[in-house]
Design a protein around this ligand. Structure first.
Ligand code: IVH
Length: 703
């Protein structure tokens, strides 16, 4: 039997993995700015899946192993009340209407390992017990799209969303030239869906990023993020300038008559739909391996990104027979290529200070072509990583593109090292303000502790303060640099004291740009408290933490008054975050800054609760227990949004116990003893439901 603390440790690791994976999913699908490579992400998922398999009692329906990542722009019930928009007209993403998918939009099981492809082929052979073929295709590295054609016309385009509900991007998709508005030829079904990938070829990606750098916008990390970000632009017409392409690979519908996947795709071509011609029918694993081997090299000369090969059972009747798991089809598997590598020379190392004071070593490289772009710089992460790599100046190094904006160095070629090559010395002082660097226990990174005095950190914090997810003020990094260098803005509150006359006296400022900047600052005063809290740049207080703090405390005054224990009682706040908050508010300079920001009219209290959706639950007190198809917070929001009250324990005054999967036995017992009705999620949804006919008619739903 397993010792209790072993299982405790496993549970802790499972919780941690779920949290980390969800955060990476958010960064990938919503932010379009991943911070780890696909490979590293997949390794985390594999670890979680292995733990859940070994300990089924730890699996939950909302585990990332059982859900596809979500690209939904808003997870709020009140999307349009989320932000006060002061957005640049064409760049900011908007809230999209959401529609349910007729067929769930699943992901693919993937592997980096050819033996697992062999196992897939064997498994399928055994399950089917008769002759069949495979259709091998490129795995396009873009963003998934689901197009519905009705009577030959493009009716709707949805993103994958969370797999159940997608964002309606039809208007934007109408501006992608390769997607026909109207089908040609004949014989297409009256209504069908065709799914595929929207992607951005390298050439368009490089052009876009050059433009963004010129305009002082953050460049996209990779073509996939650029495609996904472009698809969600607020101005549909702008989409046509982004050079997006589309390739389609999966037809769905009722009563389709195709015998094979290949045949279905051939028909799609005849209707004018964009389908790749790189697919191949394979009869056995040897042919699959040949296809994989060929494309592992040949993909490097394709004008767009591919991250693997998809192997599908070709016969549609057999696909149906094999069916689906909750997340993947059993009739297909993805073999992923490991990130492309390039070998080049390390010329020198810069040590860069970030907004939080972390010092990152960045390598200057002899320029080298990698996945279609020229790479000149690469991250070395931290001192430990440099040591692990045993890196020497002048070394030949392997560079890889992960999800990060700059590629990373993953290895060195010691055989090519020149005699006498020097080991780089990590600085012991901040390269900017010369303050001695510190390394906290358990941290891999060195930090400059001069948080409020180091110019690079101050500028970084100012940039963060006005960024889109914070105060959302329209200004580029160069503006901050200019205002800081002139001594006009040293801390966030200085922004709100700028005058037009001051701005007009600066080089390059015209009446229009000055007015736009001031208007944007003025509008930012309406930014909700949770974003203001995030904007303050307290270490470890990211968007989500800021949101839960704002919800929990309701005002900055209440938050400032909280002691350690009170902070620890907030969901998701642990020792590290609590200490960081206490430390931040403990500095007199910070409380004075908050006073100044208050004077400028920024919001330091949470808005009144959102107006109810309905009063269907008025007077009802509901206790929830167990897991639901959506996070528990959503259920709580639904209760209050419909006029009900959510309470934590069952009493005689409880109207319902809403029990999800695996409800707490104590609560169930108590409800039974007190005669409190127990309802499940379906019954609950019926209590607050929009009439089902409306849903069928394709009305947007909240989830
Ligand atoms: S078939 C039921 N074929 O890769 C899933 N997917 O990592 C059917 N993808 O969700 C998907 N190229 O967005 C399929 N040739 C291809 C693909 C492809 C890229 C994407 C797709 C999928 C993801 C899984």
């Amino acid at each position: 039997m397993m010792a209790t603390n072993d299982i405790d440790n496993i549970k802790k690791r499972v919780d941690e993995l779920r949290k980390v994976i969800s955060e990476h999913n958010r960064r990938y699908y919503v932010e379009n700015a991943p911070t780890i490579s696909d490979y590293d992400f997949d390794m985390l998922m594999n670890e979680l899946a292995a733990l859940e398999n070994a300990h089924p009692e730890l699996s939950t329906p909302d585990s990332p192993t059982r859900k596809v990542g979500s690209d939904l722009e808003s997870d709020s019930l009140f999307p349009d009340r989320d932000r006060t928009g002061t957005a640049a007209p064409d760049e900011t993403r908007r809230e999209f209407l959401q529609y349910p998918h007729r067929y769930p939009m699943l992901s693919l099981g993937n592997t980096y390992n050819i033996e697992e492809v062999e196992a897939f082929a064997e498994r399928s052979g055994k399950a089917l017990g008769r002759a069949f073929t495979f259709c091998c295709e490129l795995k396009f590295d873009g963003t998934a799209i689901c197009l519905t054609y009705v009577k030959g016309r493009l009716f709707r385009a949805l993103t994958r969303g969370d797999g159940t509900v997608g964002d309606d991007v039809t208007e934007n998709v109408r501006h992608i030239p390769s997607i026909p508005q109207e089908l040609k030829g004949s014989g297409y079904p009256e209504e069908f869906e065709i799914r595929g990938e929207i992607y951005m070829p390298y050439a368009a990606f490089d052009r876009l990023n050059e433009e963004r750098l010129r305009d002082e916008d953050q460049p996209f990390a990779n073509p996939r993020n650029a495609a996904s970000g472009s698809l969600k632009l607020i101005n549909p017409r702008e989409v046509s300038h982004r050079g997006l392409e589309c390739t389609l690979y999966h037809i769905l519908g009722e009563n389709l008559t195709f015998a094979t996947h290949d045949e279905a795709l051939k028909s799609a071509v005849s209707w004018g739909l964009p389908v790749s011609d790189k697919r191949k029918i394979c009869r056995n694993i040897a042919e699959i391996e040949e296809y994989i081997g060929y494309w592992d090299t040949a993909r490097k000369s394709l004008p767009f990104a591919t991250d693997g090969i998809v192997i599908k059972i070709n016969e549609l009747a057999y696909q149906k027979e094999l069916g689906y798991t909750a997340k993947f089809p059993r009739w297909a598997v993805a073999y992923k290529f490991k990130a492309e590598q390039a070998l080049t020379r390390l010329l020198s190392i810069d040590y860069q200070v970030g907004r939080t004071g972390a010092v990152t070593p960045v390598a200057n490289l002899q320029p080298v072509l990698l996945s279609g772009t020229m790479v000149k710089r690469a991250s070395l992460h931290n001192a430990e990583q440099m040591q692990l790599l045993d890196i020497h100046l002048g070394d030949w190094v392997y560079v890889e593109k992960g999800g990060e904006i700059i590629p990373k160095i993953t290895g060195v070629e010691p055989g090519k090292r020149e005699p006498g090559a020097e080991i780089p010395v990590f600085p012991d002082k901040c390269p900017d303000c010369r303050t001695p660097l510190v390394r906290d226990e358990g941290e891999a990174k060195y930090f400059c502790p001069n948080t409020d005095g180091c110019p690079t950190q101050i500028k970084g914090k100012l940039v963060h303060f006005i960024s889109r997810k914070a105060m959302n003020v329209i200004a580029g990094d160069a503006t901050i640099e200019q205002l800081f260098n002139l001594g006009y803005v040293k801390r966030p509150s200085d922004f709100y004291r700028l005058t037009k006359a001051q701005l007009l006296a600066l080089e390059g400022w015209k009446d229009r740009s000055a007015q736009r900047f001031l208007d944007s600052l003025e509008a930012s005063k309406k930014t909700p408290f949770e974003h203001v809290l995030f904007a303050l740049g307290i270490r470890y207080v990211g968007e989500t933490t800021a949101k839960s703090l704002a919800r929990h405390f309701g005002s900055i005054d209440a938050l400032m008054a909280a002691d350690r224990e009170t902070l620890l009682a907030v969901e998701d706040i642990g020792d590290v975050i609590a200490d960081s908050i206490l430390d931040w508010f403990g500095q007199p300079g910070h409380t004075e800054e908050i006073d100044r920001l208050k004077e400028s009219g920024l919001k330091f209290t949470a808005e009144e609760a959102n107006a109810p959706l309905s009063s269907l639950l008025e007077g009802k007190s509901i206790v929830i227990s167990g897991n639901f198809s959506v996070p528990r917070d959503k259920i709580k929001e639904l209760i209050t949004a419909n006029g009900g009250k959510n309470s934590s324990s069952v009493s005689s005054r409880t109207s319902y116990l809403l029990a999800g999967e695996k409800p707490g036995p104590e609560k169930m017992k108590k409800a039974e003893a007190l005669g409190v009705p127990v309802i499940d999620e379906d019954e609950f949804r019926r209590l607050i439901s929009v009439p089902p006919e409306q849903e069928k008619a394709g009305e947007p739903t909240l989830f």
